[in-house]
Design a protein around this ligand. Structure first.
Ligand code: FRU
Length: 532
């Protein structure tokens, strides 16, 4: 597999190419004035988090404290491509609108600051607390580029830093690294969880093609407890960015442990993707639930089936009385993240989502829906019932609801063996097509004609698909639209598809049709979201 971290030498070349691309596109604009190539600002989302400038990838160190959700992120402030990693920082009171903060962690002579997590150490188990100040402990991977260049394999190790000002600034621990590299090339992305049952901290770490479980009493001394994953689930690439959470099964008192595990490549629709495993944890070893026994490559346990939700993890320290599992992912894919057509910044995060663990006759299932805080931004709205769909029928026009900041909900009852096809379109001829083919029990999303695609051969070479998991006779959907992204939550979040796109002009209408017949759309709710 091509190692994406050997980038620096190609940075200059890419930057030069970028500039020449920019000039070319200007030239071609002049020749074809009918197509309005959207500029950088036109592509910047209305409400999904983006860095003010420079490159961003994985969300890191997410915790909640004193009324604020903290989001750190893999960040290269000096260019719009991946480079020496820092932790950028943003805060929010509701996970929807964010305020970017000064950079929290910078690379040093031990290496770049790769992905990791943070927890609020309320009982000062680490001893870093002083004068009654509650410490926040961040754990991250040091990636030593010199070791990598020299052809060594032990250039990734785990380190900690502490903050005594609620996550604004961090001091790196003098005893770093706290976990040395044991001779594993891909050894990274520590995610810490509090395990109240066994009164310990648990940390999961990705190591090549498996997850390693470590335990600690003080967040400084870590002991290897077990490993999980070899030969289980999808293994098309390296495992990265795990998360490990205890979840209550909806409607019961049963609790299970869930391991969320990203991998790249090998995602359901190619490139980066995030699968999950449900099981039990005895304080040392994670055991897969028997309903998932013999889990092969070709399973349906994916947090999101779309191409653009990667390295997502959950917020730590969500108060018990709130009790939600709140998740956010990076809305891109390593196949093309460095090439998408934005210039002053690159990449956005997904909308914050609530994860739930459901149980049905076939076993366990994680569902995700937009965090309920998004509803507070609804402004213009309309609702219609029993809409007769005869041929392709317009549902929403951009003069009514801005389709670049919209939440749309629909229900179709008693679904037939046909293809329910939704189409977003504009007067420049771009279209984004998605829907559900009930004869194949398959959802799909096709961005091949949705504007700019030729920056990467992997961006729109295939229609993305996702299996229908629900067996219900009724179909429901939530569509979250921003300028350059769509997030589809079908069947109350049982099947989710997130993808980005770069249209030549904003979407002007949303229409729907069923192949070979008319039908009734039982309910349509559409909201314009306002953010100022
Ligand atoms: C995932 C990842 C992590 C790594 C980080 C580097 O996208 O490859 O494994 O820590 O990005 O930026």
């Amino acid at each position: 597999m091509k190692n994406k971290f050997i980038f620096l030498s190609s940075c200059l070349l890419s930057a030069m190419l970028l500039f020449s691309c920019k000039d070319n596109s200007k030239d071609s604009d002049e020749k074809t004035p009918e197509v309005t190539a959207q500029s950088d600002t036109d592509f910047r989302p209305n409400f999904h988090f983006t860095p003010q400038s420079g490159w961003m990838n994985d969300p890191n160190g997410m915790f909640f404290y004193n009324g604020y959700f903290h989001l750190y992120f893999q960040h290269y402030p000096d260019d719009n491509i991946w480079g020496p990693m820092h932790w950028g920082h943003a805060i929010s009171t509701d996970m929807i609108t964010w305020k970017e903060q000064p950079i929290a962690l910078e690379p040093d002579d031990k290496g770049y600051i790769f992905s990791g997590s943070a927890v609020v150490d309320n009982n000062n188990t680490s001893g870093f607390g002083q004068e009654g100040k509650v410490p926040v402990i961040a754990m991250f991977t040091y990636h030593d580029p010199k070791g990598e260049e020299a052809g060594e394999i032990d250039y990734q190790s785990q380190a900690i830093a502490y903050s005594l000002d609620e996550g604004k600034t961090f001091t790196k621990y003098e005893g770093n690294p706290v976990i040395e590299n044991p001779g594993i090339r891909d050894f990274r992305d520590p995610k810490i969880t509090r395990d109240e049952v066994h009164d310990q901290w648990v940390m999961v770490l990705s190591a090549d093609d498996k997850t390693m479980f470590y335990t600690s009493q003080n967040l400084k001394d870590w002991e290897l407890a077990s490993e999980f994953g070899r030969g289980i689930g999808a293994h098309g690439g390296v495992w990265e960015c795990p998360d490990f959470i205890q979840m209550k099964v909806e409607g019961t008192d049963e609790k299970k442990w869930v391991l969320i595990q990203s991998l790249n490549p090998g995602g359901f629709n190619g490139g980066s993707g995030t699968q999950y495993f449900v099981g039990d944890f005895d304080g040392k070893t994670f055991t897969l639930d028997e309903s998932m026994a013999d889990l092969g490559e070709d399973h349906h346990y994916w947090i999101d089936f779309g191409k653009d939700n990667y390295a997502g993890v959950t917020w730590a320290n969500i108060p018990e009385e709130n009790g939600r599992h709140l998740f956010m992912g990076w809305m891109s894919n390593w196949q093309y993240a460095n090439e998408v057509p934005t210039e002053t910044w690159r990449s956005a995060m997904t909308i914050a989502r609530e994860l739930k663990l459901e149980k049905n006759d076939n076993g366990y299932l994680i569902t995700s829906v937009p965090a309920k805080e998004l509803k507070n931004y609804r402004s213009l709205s309309y609702q219609e019932e029993n809409i007769k769909i005869e041929g392709e029928t317009k549902l929403i026009d951009s003069s009514r609801i801005d389709l670049a900041r919209a939440e749309i909900r629909f229900n179709i009852s008693d679904i037939k063996d046909t293809n329910y096809k939704f189409r977003l379109s504009n007067s420049k001829g771009d279209e984004l097509v998605f829907g559900y083919n009930h004869s194949k029990k398959e959802f799909y999303l096709d961005r091949s004609a949705a504007g700019q695609t030729d920056f990467s051969k992997d961006f729109a070479n295939k229609v993305s698909t996702a299996p229908r998991i629900s067996e219900s006779e009724d179909l429901s959907g939530i569509i979250i639209l921003d300028k350059t992204s769509i997030e589809l939550f079908f069947d109350e979040g049982e099947t989710v598809i997130t993808e980005i796109f770069f249209p030549n002009f904003p979407w002007e209408q949303l229409s729907v049709m069923a192949e070979g017949g008319d039908f009734t759309l039982d309910n349509l709710e559409a909201y314009q979201l306002n953010f100022n």
